[in-house]
Design a protein around this ligand. Sequence first.
Ligand code: 8DG
Ligand code: MN
Ligand code: MN
Length: 431
Amino acid sequence: AKTTVNERTENIPIYECQRETPLQHHNEHITHALEILAKEADFRNDDINYSRALAFRRAACVFKCLPSRVEGVQEIQSLHNIGSHVKRIVEDILDNGYSSEAEKTENNDWFKTMMTFTGVFGVGPAIADKWYRLGLRTIEDLKIEQTLPNKDERISTGLTFHDDLTLPVLRSEAEALADLIRCELDTIDPQYQLVVTGGFRRGKDCGHDVDILLTHPVEGKEKGILEDLLHRLDRQGRLIYGKREQSTWNDGVLQGENIKGQYLKSTLDHFEKWIGIMKLDKKCRQCCLNYGLNSNEKQQELLHSSLDMKKVSHLRPDTMSHMDPKNNSTKRKCPSSSSEDRGTNDRTWYARRVDLIVTPTSQFYYALVGWTGSKHFNRSLRLYAQKELHMKLTSHALYDTTKKHLIPANSEQEVFKNLHLRYLEPVERNC
Ligand code: 8DG
Ligand code: MN
Ligand code: MN
């Protein structure tokens, strides 16, 4: 007999980290609307709306892990994390094909402007809202308004390279960048290891940046690598802008003043890192057809207008050596450095957002889980650790607050084991 969605889903575990959330799922028509409403709540930037955004995201996550498309509202009656507001939204979608509330939000002037402005590197909801209230609406408005963004070098760089930075970074570019850095590291000390984390490690085909984790098997030898590496990249003329942050980690951090849950709100950690913008040759963009491309229409358009389609990569994430920290890649030939800046249109490179993070080897696997994400998955892990195990999880460590000691991990599997959770592959952490 055919089982109903109810029968198949009533045992969905409470925490997102206890269940598989694939990249592609069956309820995009619902999650799209919920994510718009979550975004809008985020933009409002206060405690009440923080909770509202979380509620929309939690609900969206439930729909992402359902085994089939929801066709009737009775199917979701017994699901947890679906409140009356979300039920009304789903009902509207099932009746009319779309959510009038989400559509209204999408067409709202403030929301549209907030989307545009927070899309600029270095701009958060507070600044975006300030600009909105000054009557500014478009990127052009910001560029003309000399006084505002130029005060902040980060924002002015974000504006200068806005077109590039809103062009999605492709997997082939993440690979090329990793090759380039791998090559430099090899000449310094081949024992240095790097792994591409973030969305690419979760199987995404494109993203807003490249997140790279760096480490060395000898504790302490990771210190200084970033300075050395950045110096080399700078000499090649690859750095456009960047801010290097020193490590602020110490043993006191893990007992954590924020144990009450404040740290759940923030993804910030204490690693030495570089948050910046690099030049990457245009020829590094190769279309990747293995996974379904992001449904976002703009991305589709951009993909097809500006891509070199000659080479189509069929690499899946699990076949890529960079994505597996244990698979030490063989030495590669250094790709040639990018050519000189020759103005905007005929230049040979794109500006790309890059995060480089340095971790001591003892914290590597916690860092790997943290920097693989998703952000919501991390939040769920941390909440679960705190509520169910009385432990504090960060991107640095797992700390048992009762026994007052650290729990080490020598693999990602061990991180999950320490948390008494079934292991989830990175591609199953897309909540
Ligand atoms: P995208 O770039 O493909 O659009 O998405 P993403 O790769 O999932 O998001 P991200 O903003 O690049 O963040 C990657 C992960 O890094 C995310 O799960 C949060 C995590 N993370 C930490 N610590 C920190 C931190 O200090 N700052 C930031 N921005 N992210 C951090 O574990
Ligand atoms: Mn990323
Ligand atoms: Mn990032």
